[in-house]
Design a protein around this ligand. Structure first.
Ligand code: B12
Ligand code: SF4
Ligand code: SF4
Length: 317
């Protein structure tokens, strides 16, 4: 295979696994945005998330994660399935809190992992060189995914810190594979196409942005209602009374780039019963949370998050 043919073959393998877009970045000329990431760690913005601090060296340098890495192949999947419909107050027996769209369907991690494993297998199957290495990543591996997606030419990291795909907007999951050989890279995106817009920063319910693209995770609602619902600091943390019971989508809801949003083709991401709104009693949330995003916080954590979201009666919007 010529280098161009190989690139086309890799792209087709990923698209045939139902990823919506694919890009390639060179891993030999630096890890993108590592300076911004290290500055955020230094400033304490990621302090409540110990896994971010503990893996900072690998996140800031892809060569520390996989020595000999030559290419980062990034995949993108659209998960948008619609907007929150306003409840009619008379329909409700008790107040409900909102859930972020990424949790409406079944857990995306399993969807990603299954396909990335298949991708890895099919890449290794055509590779004649048995020394080749392929390492998969999605969310949990120490990789600066948004920065790599930008370097792979797929879009840009906006003032919201979200990766914005040029056609799909922000409602996407990211993942990919690190390869131990060179593949012709895409032209990196070097600009931020936000223009004079500052809507995400202005509308964030907890003023979590300390600058364009700079999110202080200590102030982001998601830190407390998804990642750390049961720690003592979560009590009275930003987000109390915000109406967001699990995650938060405000910085995406206001983003003009989402005028391009299209509904995902993936059945697994369609809204499941009891996943879109959460009553304080969790009456509609399924008992068994395995295979859902809520499993991370456990039932007791979800309940605490909903109680905080609805505190002081500001729950509905
Ligand atoms: C830790 C984490 C969080 C933390 C911290 C968020 C954060 N901004 O760091 C919390 C729990 C708050 C969180 C929240 C959310 N997360 Co999250 N999270 C991650 C994780 C595991 C690591 C992110 C990271 O490295 N943060 C470190 C900081 C420094 O990086 P950053 O904020 O991304 O900032 C980038 C830029 O803004 C830029 N930058 C920073 N400062 C500056 C300054 C200048 C001048 C410039 C030019 C650039 C720049 O550099 C950074 C690296 O690219 C990734 C998965 C992964 N492995 O990458 C998922 C991930 C980023 N999360 C994701 C999602 C979906 C969310 C939520 C939307 C969930 C929700 N609805 O509640 C929110 C969005 C909040 C937001 N606006 O970012 C997706 C994002 C997909 C996308 N299209 O962007 C990811 C990629 C998971 C995935 N595999 O799909 N998350
Ligand atoms: S997810 Fe919500 S709280 Fe976090 S930065 Fe975006 S708007 Fe702010
Ligand atoms: S809301 Fe405006 S400033 Fe924020 S990411 Fe979208 S385009 Fe950029």
């Amino acid at each position: 295979m010529t280098p161009t043919q190989e690139r086309k073959h890799l792209t087709d393998l990923a698209l045939n696994l139902d990823f919506d877009d694919v890009g390639f970045a060179s891993a030999t000329d630096g890890t993108p945005h590592s300076d911004h990431f290290l500055a955020a760690v230094e400033a304490g913005h990621l302090a409540p998330l110990d896994y971010m601090q503990d893996t900072a060296a690998a996140r800031a340098d892809i060569q520390a994660l996989m020595p000999g890495a030559k290419t980062v192949m990034v995949v993108v999947k659209n998960y948008f399935t619609g907007h929150h419909q306003h409840h009619s107050v008379s329909d409700l027996e008790e107040p409900n809190a909102k859930v972020s769209r990424y949790a409406w369907g079944r857990d995306y991690h399993q969807w990603m992992r299954k396909r990335l494993r298949k991708l890895r297998k099919s890449i290794l199957a055509y590779s004649e060189d048995t020394e080749r290495e392929v390492r998969i990543f999605s969310d949990t591996s120490p990789v600066l995914e948004r920065a790599w997606a930008q370097k792979a030419g797929l879009g840009f990291v906006g003032k919201s810190a979200m990766f914005i795909h040029r056609k799909m907007g922000t409602w996407t999951f990211l993942g990919g594979v690190v390869l131990s050989w060179d593949v012709v890279p895409d032209a990196p995106v070097v600009s931020q196409f936000c223009g004079t817009c500052t809507k995400c920063m202005d509308h964030c319910p907890t003023q979590a942005f300390v600058g364009p693209g700079q999110l202080d995770a200590r102030r982001c609602i998601t830190t407390w209602n998804v990642e750390r619902p049961l720690v003592a600091e979560a009590d009275h943390a930003p987000g109390e009374g915000s109406g967001w019971g699990f995650g938060c989508d405000v910085c995406q809801e206001v983003c003009p780039w989402n005028k391009f949003e299209t509904t995902t083709n993936e059945a697994r991401f369609q809204p499941q019963a009891g996943h879109v709104w959460l009553a304080e009693s969790l009456a509609d949330l399924p008992e068994d949370l395995s295979g859902t995003a809520f499993a991370r916080a456990k039932r007791v954590g979800v309940q605490r998050s909903v109680q905080r979201a609805l505190k002081r009666g500001k729950g509905q919007s």
